[in-house]
Design a protein around this ligand. Structure first.
Ligand SMILES: [Zn+2]
Length: 320
């Protein structure tokens, strides 16, 4: 997902221009309607591996006809209601997963770092509450380079590394796409700042490892090719004994919309037909293998089972 802070900035500067107390002036616009989970972390087992879901926050996205290219706002509202969610905005939670397996602690994506939406940035507090020491994270797997997945790697303002001692594993396709000097010719205006930040920061870090294909990238975890959302988007497949978890990341990013309607094309899918093909392939795989799936934007704690439902799919979530 890619989102802008422009509205927030405009509200703040407008308040300043009017001589208002900025906090009071902007708070109604950002009053969060969805309550945060009472406990912002949940630990469960996949074989011998321990998985902890960490809640980072939620984006209550204003409806926009451009968001789903081939569905109307009324269709989107109906899909939200069918999933038991409020119709007046699109619920886009952020949930990061930590896996402890084989003596290693592995962070799957890095959260928003409090730099994407004013209602997100709670991952570190919830990591702390879960008793996970950020300094002891050995490996960080990155699904793709959208802000909500990588800004948690970089301190706000300085870009200093938040996890300097961890190895950061990324798809070589994704890395090459965003660091190519000519990428600016292929990006819309809204994404150029993101590419600039990536090109300013990542090449200066020595702890990024690029990998090709679908190798084992941490104990029991393999990359799974799932391109389309971005060119090098990857899911992560965790296996321990007879148990498996498909960490799907943004393959089916708002399940109320694109699990139920896999043919809907989102504006943040860079290559929407390819994203749809990756989505169907991954959802068919977890049904065939009868394995648990989790997703970065699924309702917290973000894990459940997929089944076929008419022309689409259904997600039955586990409860916190
Ligand atoms: Zn995302």
């Amino acid at each position: 997902m890619f989102m802008s802070r422009r509205d927030f900035v405009v509200s703040t500067s407008l308040a300043a221009a009017l001589g208002l107390n900025a906090k009071l002036a902007i708070s109604p616009a950002f009053a969060q309607k969805t309550p945060d989970p009472a406990k912002g972390f949940l630990t469960y087992k996949i074989g011998d591996a321990e998985v902890t879901a960490l809640y980072d926050g939620i984006w209550e996205k204003t409806h926009d006809p451009a968001f789903i290219i081939n569905a109307s706002i009324d269709d989107v509202k109906a899909a939200m209601v069918k999933a038991g969610l409020p119709p007046d905005f699109v619920s886009i939670p952020f949930t990061v997963v930590v896996v402890k397996n084989g003596g290693k602690t592995i962070l799957c994506d890095s959260g928003t770092g409090g730099q994407v939406q004013p209602t997100a940035g709670k991952m570190m507090a919830n990591m702390n509450a879960a008793g996970i020491d950020p300094a002891k994270i050995d490996t960080i797997l990155i699904s793709h380079f959208h802000p909500d997945h990588i800004f948690g790697l970089m301190e706000k303002g300085t870009n200093a590394p938040v996890f300097p001692n961890a190895e950061i594993v990324v798809s070589d396709v994704e890395y090459k796409f965003w660091t190519d000097p000519s990428v600016f010719d292929r990006l819309n205006e809204a994404r150029k700042g993101l590419a600039k930040r990536i090109q300013t920061v990542f090449p200066t870090w020595k702890n990024i490892r690029q990998v090709s294909g679908e190798p084992e990238v941490a104990p029991g975890i393999r990359f799974v090719n799932a391109p389309g959302h971005t060119p090098g988007h990857r899911a992560f497949h965790l296996s321990s004994g007879a148990s498996q978890l498909m960490i799907s990341n943004d393959t089916a990013y708002v399940p109320a919309l694109v699990v139920a309607n896999p043919g809907w094309h989102g504006q943040y899918d860079q290559d929407a037909p390819l994203a749809e093909a990756s989505r169907r392939k991954l959802l068919d795989r977890v049904i065939a293998d009868k394995v648990l799936i989790c997703g970065y934007h699924c309702p917290f704690p973000g894990a459940g089972m997929i089944s076929k439902d008419g022309d689409g799919y259904a997600l039955t979530g586990i409860k916190a």
